[in-house]
Write a protein that binds this ligand. Structure first.
Ligand code: EPZ
Length: 418
């Protein structure tokens, strides 16, 4: 499990390179199943979740290996279509291989991925979409079995703009001849990155980044090479850590357009964000914040991303005023409020709404990372608090942050992993 020890009260200053996006790499790794030859992926972050996806692909028969900074996936020998239960339970994103397996092998079996601390996370929208493309769905004691030896192109209207369901259906559609249309699709930048990858393999994808995506699939998709987009959530996390410590940081490999819900709010509070050439963003935080009540709710892109909500709550503890956060994507993603209260934060929260009294002093404590973003929020709280804060379940945080301690230490933070 391990823990991070943070001795806070220091400004973050310096330059930091943002890694490739976990939430782009995972679906694109799954999409490599569709190819008839090897795929080379660059800027894939070295994370626990990526390791699990490598194990999933290997369990299906693919050969996967690191070659320097590149990940090489050869799906030619994929023959297995049942995802091992222990891997499904380890990481929900394993569900991303269902669409490619169904399209390539005509069958796929997955147990309902375990819910996690932030919610039940059902896969009904994924299953509904596949049934609309002709898949037969059966609940067996092995799990949800999907059979579709002959999937057909069609139109799927998603009841909610689910990121994973959109990606899963795009991947299946890429190997179904004809035009498949996905309505009420998710619009996240990771969807656009996946679309670019599918096009490099030979599919035609129109409308990625809008609610109306059309995929013209092929009977065969070729191997290709692709560089994953920067991780906007990692960038947001370091931006908020800088804002919380009166810091001055240059973020490299950061696309500011991917943070529409955050940049305006930080600028309104007095954080200077300056775009520099070559995908760099300079972050200059004020020493203190004026009393400014902030209210926000999370939502699908381009709304305020739920994956930044916990980190933003920690930052708001620095801003005097009474703030409201409404978490509208997941039903239970405010657990970090309880952990922040252990550091003296004045926050009232139920499962969906939090009331935050910002600008009050915090004290160090021992706290627990409930999910990877909640853990990142606790690290930010530790950075802005004099004394030694211990954050346990470090491995949860490392599912989504490569070298978090080393990166922050580079910026002058006193943080060690043990
Ligand atoms: C992706 O998860 C991300 N994960 C999540 O990031 C992110 O929080 C989420 O999108 C929302 O942006 C990856 O990309 C690997 P959804 P996903 O399907 O696809 C409900 C992180 O911190 N829903 O858009 O699972 C669901 O329960 C992770 O990096 C259904 O009801 O998210 C949730 O309430 C956490 N039925 C809402 O929709 C379904 O079939 C959004 O889920 C699917 C989803």
């Amino acid at each position: 499990m391990g823990e991070f020890v943070v001795r806070g009260g220091r400004r973050l200053e310096g330059t930091l390179k943002v890694h490739g996006a976990k939430n782009a790499a995972l679906p694109i790794m799954a999409a490599s199943v569709l190819a008839s030859g090897p795929v080379e992926l660059k800027d894939v972050p070295k994370l626990r979740d990526v390791d699990v996806m490598i194990q999933v692909l290997q369990s299906l028969g693919a050969s996967v290996k690191w070659s320097g900074p590149s990940l090489i996936i050869d799906p030619s020998d994929i023959h297995q279509y049942v995802i091992p239960e222990e891997l499904m339970m380890k990481m929900r994103a394993s569900i991303f291989v269902i669409g490619p397996l169904l399209a390539k092998l005509g069958h796929a079996v997955a147990i309902q991925p375990g819910g996690c601390s932030i919610g039940d996370r059902p896969i009904d929208i994924h299953i509904y979409g596949f049934s609309q493309l002709g898949a037969k769905v059966a609940e067996t004691d092995q799990g949800t079995r999907l059979d579709g030896p002959r999937l057909r192109a069609g139109t799927v209207h998603l009841s909610y703009p689910s990121v994973g369901a959109t990606e899963n259906l795009m991947m299946a559609a890429a190997l179904i001849p004809g035009e498949t249309r996905i309505r009420n699709a998710a619009m996240e930048p990771e969807i656009v990155d996946l679309a670019q990858f599918l096009e490099k393999m030979g599919a035609v994808v129109r409308g990625a980044g809008t609610p109306d995506i059309r995929v013209i699939g092929k009977t065969e998709l070729k191997g290709t090479s692709h560089t994953v987009i920067p991780d906007r959530i990692e960038a947001a996390t370091y931006m908020l850590a800088t804002a919380a410590t009166a810091g001055h940081v240059m973020l490299e490999n950061c696309i500011i357009e991917h943070l529409p819900g955050l940049t305006g709010r930080l600028r309104d509070l007095g954080v200077e964000l300056t775009e520099r050439e070559g995908d760099r963003v300079e972050v200059q935080a004020p020493n203190a914040y004026p009393t400014t009540p902030v209210s926000l709710h999370t939502g699908p892109y381009p709304g305020f991303a739920t994956d930044m909500q916990a980190q933003f709550m920690a930052f708001l503890l620095k801003v005097p005023g009474v703030h409201i956060i409404s978490e509208r994507v997941f039903e239970n993603r405010l657990g970090h409020a309880r952990e922040l209260r252990r550091m003296g934060a004045q926050i009232m929260a139920d499962q969906r709404i939090a009331l935050i009294y910002g600008g009050r002093p915090l004290h160090p404590s021992t706290v627990r990372a409930l999910d990877l973003r909640a853990g990142a929020a606790l690290v930010i709280a530790g950075l802005m608090t004099e004394g030694e804060t211990v954050i346990s379940d470090r491995d949860v945080i490392e599912r989504g942050y490569q070298d978090l301690d080393l990166q922050l230490a580079e910026l002058g933070a006193d943080i060690t992993g043990r």
